[in-house]
Design a protein around this ligand. Structure first.
Ligand code: GLY
Length: 374
């Protein structure tokens, strides 16, 4: 039975969860990655993984709300601790540093974070495959199927390049990002807005060869979070470039998401899972889509599209805040502010019914943006 709480109350709970996570992460000296929905006890590692930038980014977001120097110090320390990830051969360095070091500069004016983010952008841009005009997943990506694999997830690595172009004025960042976004729109996004997770290409010619899903069901299922990365990634591409073609893709992908999400709005992990409704949901996908829609609501020029995007984002946020944030009922003893029921990788059996740190990140981003407008 969903609660009747407001989005303001949801924001307070999400912030409370950042505070309780900081206590736990500091005591256990781990980057929090995921916590079972049943317990709320964080699992994580000292060195961090591809999701760890979202933890530092949650702290930067908290600093933006609180203005407290202590929060900035903690956020900067966790961000700089990610420096060894620069050497990983994976497109995920975009996730790692766009969500942490970029915010460190944008929200905290940390020069150390700015330098770290620029180093990461250099490395990400250098991963581009010239013939294909895309950034493939790389040899050390956490989910991948070969060096010829390019995934929709990478659209949310591009904000690192959009940002590097903005702060340096260097066109090479823009060229790589525009080429990747254009190819992704062409290769991954169907006419009805449905997005396929992975496309392979011929390394000699750069031509598209085949498509598949790694995290959806079967070989072709529409993986919900991939759909969400697409909405967010193209919305961010539009914000950075003002190219209408990216706005159109983001809106089309969001329309597909809403058409298939069902009455609950928080979707199952794959739109095409044959066992629906007896499968895991992925609340993080709803949080990512709401954050993408709020970019459109803020930056699109067409008033109707702005309004539609805002209404859709609010509907998703209400569903999350009422039905998926703890506490769910008076007897709920789990930590407050957990975003329940995200699914990392159903096929691999990783964190299939968990609170996952990127879900919290995009929920807090959405609620912060929403609160600025109210
Ligand atoms: N690879 C990013 C994700 O699991 O969403």
């Amino acid at each position: 039975m969903p609660t009747s709480r407001t989005l303001e109350e949801g924001l307070a709970l999400a912030r409370h969860r950042v505070a309780s996570t900081l206590v736990e992460a500091t005591r256990r000296d781990i980057f929090p990655h995921a916590a079972p929905s049943a317990t709320g006890v964080w699992e994580g590692t000292r060195a961090g993984v591809w999701t760890s930038g979202f933890w530092a980014g949650l702290l930067w977001q908290e600093f933006a709300l609180s203005g407290r120097a202590d929060d900035a110090r903690a956020a900067e320390a966790w961000t700089l601790r990610l420096t060894p990830h620069l050497d990983r051969k994976t497109h995920d360095i975009g996730f790692v540093f766009a969500s942490s070091a970029v915010l460190g500069w944008e929200l905290g004016q940390s020069e150390a974070c700015r330098d770290l983010a620029l180093s990461a952008a250099d490395r990400l841009a250098a991963m581009a495959h010239t013939a294909a005009g895309v950034i493939p997943v790389g040899s050390q990506a956490e989910v991948a199927a070969g060096l010829d694999d390019v995934t929709i997830d990478c659209m949310v690595n591009l904000p690192l390049l959009w940002w590097a172009w903005k702060v340096t004025g260097e066109e090479r960042f823009l060229r790589v990002a525009v080429s990747h976004a254009d190819r992704t729109a062409e290769w991954h996004v169907k006419e009805d807005g449905r997005i396929i997770q992975s496309v392979h290409f011929d390394p000699e010619t750069g031509e598209r060869t085949r498509e598949e899903t790694h995290q959806g069901s079967g070989t072709q299922g529409c993986w919900t979070r991939g759909q969400a990365w697409g909405v967010y990634g193209f919305a961010a591409a539009y914000r950075a470039t003002r190219h209408e073609r990216y706005l159109e893709v983001a809106d089309r992908a969001a329309t597909y998401f809403f058409r298939r999400a069902g009455a609950d709005l928080v979707p199952f992990y794959c739109f095409d899972a044959p066992a629906i409704p007896e499968v895991r949901r992925d609340s993080s996908a709803a949080a990512i889509v709401s954050a993408g829609l709020l970019i459109l609501a803020e930056h699109a020029e067409d008033p109707a599209l702005r309004q539609r995007s805002r209404d859709r984002a609010e509907a998703l946020l209400s569903a999350l805040v009422r039905g998926y944030l703890t506490p769910q009922g008076e007897r709920d003893r789990r930590p407050s502010g957990m975003l329940l029921h995200s699914c990392y990788n159903r096929r691999a059996g990783w964190d299939t019914d968990h609170e996952i740190v990127w879900g919290n990140y995009f929920l807090l981003e959405s609620l912060r943006v929403w609160a600025r407008r109210h």
